[in-house]
Every structure is written in C-alpha cells, then in structure tokens.
Design a protein around this ligand. Structure first.
Ligand code: GDP
Ligand code: MG
Length: 439
C-alpha cells in the first residue's frame, strides 16, 4: 500500500490544492490497496464510502495539508472499524472462567489454547486446565498433552472413545475439584463448516456455558476467513476472535473484514509457532499494518513539510531582497482567493504561523477584485518595478481599471508598506504588522 499511496500523494503534492476528484483518486488507490490486502469486497466498499464522505467534507478540502489529512482519516477509520481499543478476555465472577476454542482444522486452536493458558499462568498466576475434546484424531490429543507437558499445564483427556460433550462434562468437574480458575476446551475442527461440527459445538456450548467462545482464524486464508468467521458467528454467537499466523501474512486484511462482518472483537493475534508468539490485538497497530505504512505518517508529514518549506523559502528569498513585486502580489491574491484566508498564506511564511497580528488580518473579497483590476491595468514593466509609477501612469491605470486615482494611490502605498513589512518580517521583525491589512 505504501507505494500506491505515495503515488497518490505525490499527485496531490504537485497540485498543491486538492479537488473532489483528487479525493476520488486517492480513494480509488486505497480501495485497490485494501483489496490487495485481501480485505473483503463488501467491507472495502463500505469503508471507502465512509472515508470519502468524511474526506470530501470540510476537513480535507479546506485544509492546507490535504494528503496528510486523507491518510489520517483512512487511519482513523481503520482503527474505528477494528474496534478502537484492545478488548480483554471475559472473566467469570466465579471460577472457573470457561474458554471454548472453535475454528476450522489447522486454524491454530490447540496451539493458541496452550499459548493463552501459558500467558495467563505467567502473567496472572492463573491455574488453567485444558480439556482435550477433539476426539477425531488421536494425534490431536497427543499434541495438546505434549504442549501441556512442555509448559507445565495440566490437560484432561478421556481418549478418543468418549463423546466430546461427555469429556467436557467430566473435565469441568475435575476443574471444580482442583479449583482451576481457567478452563480451555480444545474442540475439533473440520476443513469446512458443516452441520455435524456445528451441532457438536453447540452441544458443548450448551453444557459448558462458556464465558468466551473464541474463534481461531488463520489469517492466511484471506477472503475465506471472512466467510468462516461469519458462519461460526451465526451458529455460535462467538465472543471474540483470535487471528493466527499473522507472521505469514503481512497484510492483515482479515482483521478488518472479520471485525466488520461479525462485529466481534479480535482479542489476540498469533505471530509464530512458539508459545510466546501471542499478542494482544491493538486496532491502531493493525491499522498501520494494513496501510503498510510502518512510519508512513512520518513520511507524509515530511513530504508535506518539504513542500511548504520550499514554497515559503521562495517567497522569503524574494521578500528579503525586497524584490517582491506586483506579479507576486497578484499571485498572492489569487492564492488567497483560491485557498482560503490570508492567514493561511501568511502561515506558510516561516516564523509567521503563531504571530498574533494575523488574528486581525482579513481581506474583503470585493476589495480584492478591485485590487486585481488595478494590477491588471499595469504594464508588465510597472508590475515588476512599482517605483516607476509616477502620477501620469497612475491616472492611466485608474482610467483603465475603472477605479479612482485615490484608490490606485492607496493600493500602491499599501503595496509598498507590505513590501517593506515583508522584508522586515523575513528578517525577524514583526512590529507594525497589525496595520498592514487594516486600511
Ligand atoms: P488446530 O487444528 O486449530 O488445533 O490448529 P493447531 O493448533 O494444531 O495449529 C496448526 C498449525 O499451525 C500448527 O503447526 C501450529 O504450530 C501452527 N500455528 C498456529 N498458530 C500459529 C501462528 O500464529 N503462527 C505460525 N507460524 N504458525 C501457527
Ligand atoms: Mg487442534
């Protein structure tokens, strides 16, 4: 995404000012980038619409740093869609807190249950019990038992000849007796969602009334992850999601889709096979990841800054040399009229942004049109060298522009004041600024 966005921003920068179609263009890029990151199509559509509505409003078009603001909006909306804050595990008021792991085969249920149990043990001095309820493959029970042994976590199992519901029932009794504060139910998965699996999971859920039904989803399955999450959520009304194998998927698009489609919080992310490769899910970090930006904000801020600085530097050089002429003046007026307030223009001048004199700086748009008419009636030579504007020339300009000679005189006087003032300002002296635009 970084490259795409950089291109889009590059276009904005060259124009200096953005239009509605610019916003459209950026949003087109963002849309493609999200699709590339495997975000679900419908989710992308809604997302782009939201961002566009916000961006085309005042926030972007009236801003001096539009590109920056578009990306900020995109980022903010990503964070919002993904839930804003991290969401902790549910906890039962009385022990044990029961956590049921569900998901397709190979999604990472068994591994993640162990990771999470170990995390609770290490961080909260919890005493978890894991229940081996995947009876379809002997290897599944062995896998959980091995992980239990390696990490000193107790595992309850009854082999493969007992029904999963029965195993859970017995396991919960054992947990009561041993006063385990957390119970993890490691259930079976299938390659696809099917009725038999769902029935079994529903039965377990009825019996165990878990505090958490955590759906484990393999983030590398991309678009499919969204459908899987939707399916499990419809059947089991899950309480949260754990997104695994994010170490193999740098794009993280599944996080956005799953959250948007299920409305359920992503609570943890798996980022490797090792036991400590489990992290709390933070929406803002995932937003950065989806945008592929790492430090994209910095990049954009810098690009914007370079641009403003260069423009301001050109102007400052002219002001210092007192070579600011009526052509520059005209350009400034055009900019004021096109871009917003005089304050905005003045803020582009180094050292001016916080000058209190700017608070009173206002220009009447009608006056500006008159001013322009006067300047247009000058010859190129007069514009470049205002000092040659003797009375005869001023009379000619007045006649040509349809303004009075007094008005022409006043403008030339103001212009010269402004030029002097600018030379002063650019040398660090701000006194007298407040009169510059007043009369
Ligand atoms: P289950 O069938 O849902 O119980 O899935 P498993 O827990 O058996 O995991 C399937 C495979 O995925 C195992 O080889 C795990 O080591 C691996 N795995 C699980 N989570 C992650 C993860 O976050 N990153 C990586 N790289 N591998 C993972
Ligand atoms: Mg398993």
């Amino acid at each position: 995404l970084t490259e795409r966005l950089q291109n889009a921003i590059g276009k904005l920068r060259r124009k200096g000012k953005i239009s509605e179609s610019d916003v459209k263009e950026v949003m087109r890029e963002i849309r493609l980038a999200l699709l590339e990151a495997d975000v679900n199509f419908g989710v992308v559509k809604d997302f782009v619409k939201t961002v566009r509505t916000r961006a085309v409003g005042s926030e972007v078009l009236e801003s001096l740093t539009p590109a920056q603001q578009i990306v900020k909006i995109v980022n903010e909306e990503l964070v919002k869609v993904m839930g804003q804050e991290s969401v902790p595990l549910n906890k039962s008021p009385k022990i044990p807190t029961v956590i049921m792991m569900v998901g397709l085969q190979g999604a990472g249920k068994t591994t993640t249950a162990s990771k999470l149990a170990l995390k609770l043990k290490n961080e909260k001095h919890a005493r978890p019990l894991m229940i081996a309820a995947d009876v379809y493959r002997p290897a599944a029970i062995d896998q959980l038992k091995t992980l239990g042994q390696e990490n000193d976590l107790p595992v309850f199992d009854m082999g493969t000849d007992v029904s999963p519901v029965k195993i859970v029932e017995e396991g919960l009794k054992v947990a009561q007796e041993n006063k385990n504060d957390y119970v993890f139910i490691d259930t079976a998965g299938r390659l696809q969602i099917d009725e038999k699996l769902m029935q079994e999971l529903t039965d377990i859920q009825k019996l165990a009334t878990p505090d958490e039904v955590l759906l484990t989803v393999d983030s590398m399955t991309g678009q499919n992850a969204t459908e899987v999450a939707e399916g499990f959520n419809e059947q089991l009304n899950i309480t949260g999601v754990i997104l695994t194998k994010l170490d193999g998927d740098t794009r993280g698009g599944a996080a956005l889709s799953i959250r948007a489609v299920t409305g359920k919080p992503i609570k943890f992310i798996g980022q490797g096979e090792k036991m400590d490769d489990l992290d709390v899910f933070y929406p803002d970090r995932m937003a950065s990841r989806i945008l592929g930006m790492g430090d994209m904000m910095t990049l954009i801020e810098k690009a914007q800054k370079d641009y403003d600085e260069k423009k301001a530097q050109d102007l400052q050089d002219k002001m210092k040399a007192s070579s600011f002429d009526f052509n520059d003046f005209l350009e400034q007026i055009d900019q004021v009229q096109n871009m917003g307030s005089m304050e905005d223009i003045m803020k582009m001048i180094p050292g001016m942004a916080n000058n209190p004199a700017l608070k009173n700086a206002e220009i009447n748009p009608k006056d500006m049109d008159h001013t322009k008419a006067i300047v247009y009636s000058m010859t190129p030579q007069e514009r470049e060298d205002p000092d040659i504007l003797k009375p005869s020339r001023r009379r000619r300009i007045a006649a040509g522009s349809g303004r009075s000679v007094q008005e022409v005189n006043r403008l030339i006087k103001q212009f010269k004041q402004m030029r002097d003032m600018m030379a002063k300002v650019s040398n660090g002296n701000f006194s007298g600024m407040e009169n510059l635009f007043g009369n």
